[in-house]
Design a protein around this ligand. Structure first.
Ligand SMILES: [Zn+2]
Length: 110
């Protein structure tokens, strides 16, 4: 469970998480996620884990999506080929409209 940016409760869930080919050659792991909360919040999660030498870094960012874009994202997550294509172009020309400025950090509920 994660903290929801809309209701501030620890009820934000990762509904679906799919591994993609990293865009960054330093990355070990990159995941595209559909996230939602019972309060009605729907969004996109991007998880990136990289290790360069001794240092390891993890980025886990979220973006709010409209309900329409969220449903489009869920469909794309079931289609690895389509997902790879869209991910490589940062979701350009995709039915998932991401507001990249509406970024928030995904915080795990303790
Ligand atoms: Zn919420």
């Amino acid at each position: 469970m994660f903290i929801c940016p809309k209701c501030s409760e620890n009820t934000l869930l990762i509904e679906k998480s799919v591994q993609v080919t990293p865009l960054n050659p330093m990355s070990n792991d990159e995941l595209v996620q559909a996230i939602s909360c019972p309060c009605g919040f729907t969004g996109l999660g991007l998880y990136k884990e990289s290790s360069a030498g001794a240092s390891e870094s993890i980025n886990h960012d979220g973006y709010e999506l409209s309900e329409q874009s969220y449903h489009a994202l869920l469909e794309i997550l079931n289609n690895p080929q389509e997902l790879a294509k869209i991910y490589a172009t940062s979701f350009a020309d995709s039915p998932v409209e991401v507001n990249w400025r509406g970024i928030f950090g995904l915080k795990r509920a303790s």
